[in-house]
Design a binder for this molecule. Sequence first.
Ligand code: ACO
Length: 321
Amino acid sequence: MAEIIIGTGAAVPAYVLDNDGVAELVETDDAWIRERTGIRQRHIAKEETTASLAEEAACRAVVDAGIAPNRIDLIVVATATANQRMPCVACEVQEKIGAQQAACFDLNAACTGFVLAYQTAAAYLKAGIYRTALVIGSDCMSQVIDWQDRSTCILFGDGAGAAVLQRQPGLSYLPVAGADGRKGEVLSCQALYEEQPFYKKSGDSGFLRMDGQAVFKFAVRKVPEAILEVLESNGLSTGDIDWFVIHQANRRIIESVARHLGISMERFLVNLQEYGNTSSASIPILLDEGKHSGRLKKGQRLVIAGFGAGLTWGASIVQIA
Ligand code: ACO
């Protein structure tokens, strides 16, 4: 048994903050941000929330898949920025789209979240437990960004992407995933426990803190390793892959991955110039854009690969119906 993507959807907030807008908040400029990251603008949630964006992306994916919502057996949402601790975002999505038969849960692996949610759903399908799953990545990173810290606030944007997976007979690909919990401090964000006076807060509690160079070095080493590992474990080579869809954090990271793998940048889908780093949403937004722009075609074989806080990483081979 294998899984195949039969529908995709995406949603981003209406408000667009370009690099000049960020330069009004911190000491930076458009040329520096473009040169160091490739980012030109990002969407920031003013009215929208992690749940509302997830619901919008999910509705579009279900319509694109052409299935009735009550045929969905499982909803998994990858997010690190849920509006509330409970109920989970997946349950909010279920209620909104009317997928009453679905089991629902969220998982958090920061920017690797969508890849791990995809792998989790695919495992249920391959095991024959479920037939149809809705996998969503949704994050509003703007909520946890220190808008006075120019080393992080230039990077992130808000958004959501979704994919409907369906079980089908055929070859099943093995996934790759890993983590190095010893490197947790490299990229972290403390939860706020304001209501609990006994909980001692540090000065920067609630904001994302990142050692950008350490994350950069980790990504350029680990992402090509994970891609080669997933190819090798499935008896494939880079030549067997039509598109590489990797987490959108920094254009220089993607260029470095392409160099390490010895393949052209033209085989990578890239949209970070429009959205910045949307964390768990970046890969499904790319899948949706690729599908609807006609670049991703039926039967093509893709690699999706993510990396992020934890530190975590993961790669899978996926197919579009
Ligand atoms: N504007 C202007 N100057 C800046 C800015 C800015 N926004 N930010 C930093 N600088 C300055 C620094 O102060 C430094 O100045 P100095 O040389 O006088 O000390 C100089 O620019 C160089 O700073 P670096 O930090 O060395 O810049 P670098 O080239 O490493 O780029 C960046 C920084 C863009 C953050 C890069 O390290 C990066 O992209 N890292 C990866 C981050 C990432 O992928 N994060 C997401 C992970 S996924 C997840 O789970 C959330």
